[in-house]
Design a binder for this molecule. Structure first.
Ligand SMILES: *Cc1c(COP(=O)(O)O)cnc(C)c1O
Length: 430
């Protein structure tokens, strides 16, 4: 399998090189040359297979000859060695809980897979690799967790100051060792821009070996397909589900779309957005324009210019009608998100985090218009990560697990910088 750049101005590369580079030299995103079609027998039988076996089968065509099968299988086993339960919430809505990994958000799967792949590909590398990552809240800790203590790899995380929850911030800033957190006085989009700038800076790249751990990187993006197979594995109903994906940078939903285009049966997708509604507006008239990000209580989705939008276009050959027929998008503001958390807890005794609440409401809206269908939403983070917001909205005290209690005792350590690329560059070359 080869990957081309969405800007069409860089040479094609294999999985190894796409993983190491992160972003293509022309600043495009790597995209698979063709979408592999899953084996008919696999599609019939995957429900009885182990999670690791499913993951291996799904990702194998994308990795191609870049890794021995045994090694890839081991990485898959490690990546998915926790639970992904599908929990019934109402008669027509279930929740796929993606928060049972080490940092309590769905980013763990992509980050674990990517860090292992990068470790594997850089074994014989003499140069230290710097993983540069912008986070809106959950990516940073998942990536840091994947790389902590890995020799020859340094991780630099950029996060928007004051715009992540307390637990998210502590998860980013207390690891030490080979992990540094840069606290940027700006938004997530500023962080993302600074990271993109660094990748395009010839001077910096001549001096240090940089790679990206955002969903720009195919090794983080593609394994997110696994969730959709695990969802279908547990789906008991006759008709395929509508799947609602809380979306910010659109990496996760793009992974679902590619799984569907390779043969997994999914009825329809709902892109569940908060007040950052660039994609909702795009679906209304086919014109996309990026926005200034606004701050919300579902902060991991506070993205005004989603990186993976270009991958959505690529997946549908830039055919707006096709996009519109397969995806419906909704924007849910903070008020409605809070009301949803309170209502779903009161009525169904199910505690949502703010991102899951956006996913739930969006799915509900879709099903109201399509009452014969059934669906599931991805519950992308544990409510405890947003304990303040969740307890305020629902009036209940969220139990904090003991691992989190320990975290709350620790002292944050970050490097404060302005949203100015010069300051990032200075830090990297220091
Ligand atoms: C990252 C994140 C999202 C958004 O996922 P994208 O792939 O960026 O669309 C949603 N919810 C949570 C909790 C996240 O951490």
């Amino acid at each position: 399998m080869l990957y081309y750049s969405t800007n069409k101005n860089s040479p094609k590369v294999d999985f190894r090189e796409a993983t190491i580079k992160g972003q293509a030299p022309d600043k495009g995103l790597y995209f698979p040359e063709h979408i592999p079609q899953l084996d008919k027998i696999f599609l019939k039988e995957f429900k009885s297979k182990s999670k690791a076996a499913i993951a291996f089968e799904v990702i194998k065509p994308y990795v191609g000859n870049c890794m021995a099968d045994e090694d890839l299988y081991q990485i898959c086993e490690h990546t998915v060695n926790f639970n992904f339960p599908l929990v019934k919430v109402t008669d027509s809505i279930s929740s796929l809980e993606l928060f049972h990994g080490p940092t309590l958000a769905f980013k763990d799967v992509g980050a674990r897979f990517m860090s292992r792949c990068l470790g594997y590909f850089s074994k014989d590398n003499k140069r230290e690799i710097t993983v540069l990552v912008a986070t809106s809240g959950d990516t940073g800790s998942a990536v840091a967790n994947g790389f902590i203590g890995v020799e020859g790899v340094k991780v630099v995380i950029l996060y928007p100051s004051g715009k992540v929850s307390e637990i998210q911030e502590l998860q980013l800033t207390t690891l030490g060792k080979n992990i540094t957190a840069l606290e940027v006085q700006g938004t997530f989009d500023d962080c993302q821009q600074m990271v993109k700038h660094a990748f395009a800076d010839v001077d910096v790249n001549g001096k240090i070996f940089l790679t990206s751990a955002n969903s720009i990187n195919v090794a983080r993006w593609l394994p997110q397909q696994f969730y959709y197979f695990f969802a279908l594995q547990q789906w008991q109903q006759h008709e395929p589900p509508v799947i609602s994906v809380p979306s910010g940078n659109f990496g996760n939903i793009c992974a679902g779309l590619i799984a569907a285009l390779s043969g997994l049966t999914i009825k329809h997708f709902v892109a569940a957005c908060n007040s950052n509604d660039a994609f909702v507006k795009y679906l209304a008239d086919g014109n996309f324009s990026s926005q200034q990000a606004v701050t919300t209580i579902s902060n991991a989705m506070d993205v005004g210019d989603p990186s993976n939008f270009v991958r959505v276009l690529e997946l549908f050959n830039h055919d707006f009608e096709k996009v519109k027929n397969f995806i419906t998008a909704y924007s849910v503001d903070d008020n409605e998100t809070r009301k949803t958390m309170a209502r779903v807890y009161g009525q169904y005794n199910y505690l949502l985090d703010p991102h899951g609440a956006v996913g739930f409401t969006s799915l509900e809206k879709y099903l109201n218009n399509n009452p014969e269908q059934r669906g599931l939403f991805l519950e992308t983070a544990h409510p405890v990560k947003f304990e303040n917001v969740v307890s305020k909205a629902t009036g209940i005290v969220v139990d904090i697990p003991s691992t989190m209690q320990q975290l709350l005792q620790q002292k944050k350590s970050s490097v404060l910088i302005n949203a100015d690329y010069k300051e990032l560059k200075e830090y990297l070359l220091k």
